[in-house]
Design a binder for this molecule. Structure first.
Ligand code: NAD
Length: 459
């Protein structure tokens, strides 16, 4: 029988909420805290508020049972042994991580500590954050033997967050205290020792369904750096293939063939070698910037990361240039936009390159009819509906009478459109595909002038 640990998760966003229901799924009792009262009420009522596979079913299963929701961090602290901090760590104006939410939570936890507690950094934070948390708690009068601070970075991807949490590639636990490390080991034991995967009705994952996830024990600082370095490396991979895609465009080569040839090398691997309109989301842009900032503060230049960011910005500009070069002038052009989320399978539009591109196109005088399967509600807050910006119910309505159709998010359904129907409804048969969802030859055969990323245009 797995050990049931009393857990508090602070922050009920993409990471905190998923972690909370997944900890319940592997047998623990969880109280999930947020200081947004509206959010807590909605979650108590069974509304997940975010679009994530399996989340509604898990919330339905555990709400008011093994998972409860509250705004009261003090009570949650008193009633838990391990407190996961999963609040936001956004980018500050100077480029580094804004840790004020983490600090506020640490101070509040300190005021309610009533016995030994393990405070876990689940948020993505720069190296040394554990020491600051420790200092804040001690400054609030807590004896240093009454708590430990552990780093347990989260690697889930939005869109597959629940599967990723329950089938991780690895679990990293950075702890300088054997006692705290043992508690974390016990929490994850149903995954690392496999009992969860034998459970009837367990949620299956996309990868690593055969092997048990390894748990990697490190120092706290190493764990903090593992997370930043991993995200920076993934962003680097994306910028790298985007830079290669641009060379392919100039040389009339095909980046998909190049990426395949590179990816077959086991040392490189095929994942994250997908060219497009640049990375976005709530993690990569801020984490690359924060990691660069950490290096700079240490007197170590990390210009490689500045270049990763430059290529990413350039990629959006290149996309606009492509739209311009297919349409000649932009003022007054009617564009169908497919996709607003920063990637497929999520409603998250934070730092979405799609939103950025639509803003530029609107400023250039285009009008836009946009469709996204999940992100339109959030997008309306950034791009309000108006005479030049409307939201429609499906891709065909977006395409109606459009001068061109732009694919900006890699939702699988955008790769399965009824091309004949689309062609009939558009004013001009022009597609600019920022996600390489189609084969150029097939699009030419279907009667489109088709431009994508890093591949010869077809018409
Ligand atoms: P989010 O914005 O979706 O959620 C953060 C939540 O914290 C919000 O609900 C907010 O109301 C709450 N909060 C803020 N201050 C609080 C306080 N003082 N007390 C209680 N609640 C408070 O953010 P997220 O996407 O879940 O990310 C959280 C952290 O996890 C970030 O550091 C992020 O970098 C990291 N991370 C995110 C992802 C991802 O894919 N989203 C993946 C891995 C790691």
């Amino acid at each position: 029988m797995a050990q049931n640990v009393r857990i508090a998760v602070v922050g009920s966003g993409y990471v905190g909420l998923v972690a909370a229901v997944c900890f319940a799924e592997i047998g623990h009792s969880v109280v999930c805290v947020d200081n947004d009262e509206r959010k807590v009420k909605a979650l108590q009522g069974g509304d997940t508020l975010i679009h994530e596979n399996h989340l509604p079913e898990l919330l339905g299963k555990y709400r008011n049972g093994r998972v409860t929701f509250t705004t009261d961090l003090g009570e949650a602290t008193k009633n838990s042994d391990v407190i996961f901090v999963a609040v936001g760590t956004p980018q500050s104006e100077t480029g580094d991580a804004d840790l004020s939410y983490v600090e506020a939570v640490a101070a509040e936890i300190a005021r309610s500590i009533n016995g030994y507690k393990v405070i876990v950094e689940k948020s993505t934070v720069p190296v040394y954050t554990n020491e600051w948390i420790r200092r804040v708690i001690e400054r609030n009068g807590v004896d240093k033997h009454l708590f430990d601070v552990v780093s347990n970075p989260e690697f889930l991807r939005e869109g597959t967050a629940v599967e990723d949490f329950l089938h991780p590639d690895r679990i990293v636990v950075g702890s300088d205290s054997p006692r705290a490390a043992e508690l974390l080991r016990a929490i994850y034991a149903p995954l690392t020792e496999g009992a969860y995967y034998k459970q009837e009705g367990h949620i299956t994952g996309i990868c690593n369904t055969e092997e048990l996830p390894p748990i990697l024990l490190t120092s706290t600082k190493s764990a903090e750096i593992i997370k930043h370095a991993s995200n920076a490396f993934l962003a680097l991979k994306i910028s790298f293939i985007n830079a290669v895609a641009n060379i392919c465009e100039e040389a009339d080569a095909n980046v998909e063939q190049v990426a395949k040839g590179m990816g077959l090398d086991a040392r490189i691997g095929p994942r994250f070698l997908r060219p497009g309109i640049g990375y976005g989301g709530s993690c990569f842009p801020k984490d690359v910037s924060a990691f660069r900032s950490v290096a700079e503060q240490m007197g170590l230049g990390f210009n490689l990361l500045a270049e990763v960011e430059r290529i990413n910005e350039q990629q959006k500009k290149r996309f606009i240039a492509k739209v311009r070069s297919t349409l000649w002038t932009l003022r007054g052009k009617k564009l169908a936009v497919l996709g607003l989320a920063f990637k497929g399978d999520t409603d998250d539009i934070r730092e979405s390159p799609a939103i950025d591109l639509v803003q530029t196109l609107l400023a250039e005088g285009c009008s836009v009819a946009a469709f996204d399967p999940a992100a339109m509600g959030r997008a309306k807050l950034e791009l309000p509906e108006g005479p030049n910006c409307k939201y429609v119910c499906d891709p065909y309505e977006a395409a109606n009478d459009a001068d061109a159709l732009l694919i900006l998010t890699d939702w699988a359904e955008f790769g399965q459109l009824d091309l004949a129907r689309l062609n009939k409804s558009m004013r001009y048969s022009i597609i600019v595909d920022g996600r390489n969802m189609y084969e150029p030859e097939a699009m030419a055969e279907a009667g489109f002038h088709y431009t994508s990323v890093g591949r010869p245009s077809a018409h």
